[in-house]
Design a protein around this ligand. Structure first.
Ligand SMILES: NC(=O)c1ccc[n+]([C@@H]2O[C@H](COP(=O)([O-])OP(=O)(O)OC[C@H]3O[C@@H](n4cnc5c(N)ncnc54)[C@H](OP(=O)(O)O)[C@@H]3O)[C@@H](O)[C@H]2O)c1
Length: 325
């Protein structure tokens, strides 16, 4: 099969199309003939040599795909050859075929294009497990999503707006502000011209927000603490502006806040299956009608290098995909 190899991992890496043996599904796994793979920031970090794949994972980039099931390993129930699916992977997505643990596979919902479905798994799993399992967003509570037009943000806003939450979001341009509004954000904040702490305080009558999903870090660590409501929960999935900050923890104490941070890739197959099951029950019935993958651009697999350069510029709105066709 054809797959993308990283030539010269490091700052000036190049992504090249190369031949690769087609993988075989083991017990509990499925082989997917890929329609597309979704790009994630982790792919850029891995290509730069800064984020090695976990033990046992494919060395090929790519944490999510869509396609049709081409073969089943032993002990796989509930799927058949030919089923249109999308899947979270521990690696191996930038290729014509990929192996997925059956517990990380989801059907492509009706009304969703097979290629576009590659943009659902990583964002869906990440948004759900952080906002629900870690931050325990409860009915009626408010949510602030930073990076509202990122792959993660564009789906997270839709999921939790569709579930009836008042969602606030931050974005870095007026074009992104308008896009995030169409995803269902009650108030989309351009952080270049507005202070998100002041805006969410004003919008909530001084109370602040119950849950914050952050991928920025740096000085947002303190500002999130200021923007949180009493008993608020703040969960980080990245620290793009830095892991280090000088923080005044007094409001954490007085407002009884909880600070958390998680990663998805290194979790066990059983943990991922539990998230998959929750998504299937709680989110998938809304996908295709109220919730849609937002696709910024789809590149051919052979143009993975161009796709990475496009992502690195951070102007995109939604997911960037690599089509295997
Ligand atoms: N922990 C986990 O399990 C997990 C899983 C998946 C993804 N992630 C992380 O989550 C983040 C989003 O992933 P993604 O694939 O959705 O990425 P993405 O589509 O590339 O979006 C990243 C967004 O972050 C915003 N941003 C970038 N640098 C920023 C900065 N210095 N300050 C403020 N905002 C900044 C940009 O939006 P603006 O132009 O609006 O600033 C950009 O759209 C990435 O950092 C990724 O590594 C973590």
């Amino acid at each position: 099969m054809k797959a993308i190899h990283v030539s010269g991992p490091g700052k000036d890496y190049r992504l090249v199309l190369a031949g690769e043996p087609q993988p075989m599904p083991q017990a509990g796994e499925v082989l997917i003939r890929n329609a597309a793979a979704g790009l994630n920031n982790a792919d850029l970090l891995q290509a730069r040599g800064a984020y090695p794949p976990p033990p046992g994972a494919s060395q090929i980039l790519g944490l999510e795909v869509s396609g049709v099931i081409a073969a089943l390993g032993e002990d796989v129930n509930g799927f058949a050859v030919g089923d249109p699916v999308c899947a979270l992977l521990s690696g191996g997505g930038y290729a014509q075929f990929a192996i997925a643990d059956a517990g990380s596979v989801l059907p492509v919902p009706q009304g969703v294009d097979l290629v576009d479905a590659a943009g659902l798994p990583e964002a869906g799993f990440t948004a759900w497990t952080n906002i629900i399992d870690t931050a325990h967003l409860a009915p009626g509570e408010t949510l602030l999503v930073h990076g509202g037009t990122s792959g993660i943000g564009s789906l997270a806003i839709q999921i939790f707006a569709a579930r009836g939450h008042r969602v606030f979001t931050t974005v870095g341009s007026e074009e992104k502000r308008e896009a995030a509004r169409t995803f269902g954000a009650a108030r989309s904040i351009n952080y270049r011209s507005e202070d998100f702490v002041a805006v969410v305080k004003a919008e909530t009558g001084g109370k602040g927000v119950d849950v914050i999903l952050d991928m920025v870090g740096g000085d947002y660590i303190q500002r999130n603490i200021e923007a949180a409501a009493i008993w608020g929960r703040i969960v980080n999935i990245a620290y793009q502006q830095g892991f280090k900050a000088e923080v005044n923890f007094a409001p954490v104490l007085t407002k009884r806040l909880t600070l958390g941070a998680t990663t998805l890739r290194s979790r066990t197959p059983a943990e991922k299956q539990a998230i998959r099951d929750a998504l299937l029950k709680e989110v998938w019935p809304l996908v295709g009608t109220q919730i849609r993958p937002v696709v910024a651009q789809t590149f051919p697999l052979a143009e993975a290098q161009k796709a990475h350069e496009f992502m690195a510029k951070t102007g995109h709105i939604g997911k960037i995909l690599l089509s295997s066709a």
